[in-house]
Design a protein around this ligand. Structure first.
Ligand SMILES: [Zn+2]
Ligand SMILES: [Zn+2]
Ligand SMILES: [Zn+2]
Length: 111
């Protein structure tokens, strides 16, 4: 089952030269289909997502990657998605991380 059946929305703007970074939790995961198999093509993101505070966040779960992105690693599309040209569809950064994640953040702050 794909997580895209839920309320996740991706940016899908035209990508630029900037690599998309993910946190250690999302390392090795394809941003389109969540596969860990055969990471093939480096993910690039659009100019909006590579600018300002967004450039310090995991493109998949919005985890903070540190002021110098020291906790970030480049994301890769898996071989299957590259074969289907899904790597050319646009910026894969997740915009809406859903209510579940927001709940988690609130709970953590209270604890
Ligand atoms: Zn992440
Ligand atoms: Zn994939
Ligand atoms: Zn974008």
């Amino acid at each position: 089952m794909s997580r895209h059946q839920y309320d996740l929305i991706q940016c899908m703007k035209q990508t630029g030269p900037v690599a998309g970074l993910v946190c250690q939790q999302c390392d090795g995961r394809c941003p389109v289909c969540d596969s860990y198999v055969k990471p093939t093509t480096k993910v690039t993101i659009c100019s909006d997502c590579s600018f300002g505070h967004l450039s310090h966040k995991c493109i998949m779960c919005s985890n903070f990657l540190g002021d110098n992105n020291e906790n970030g690693t480049p994301a890769f599309y898996c071989l299957e998605c590259v074969r289907q040209d899904l790597d050319r569809e646009g910026c894969p950064r997740v915009i809406n991380v859903g209510s579940l994640k927001a709940d988690m953040i609130v709970r953590r702050k209270k604890a």
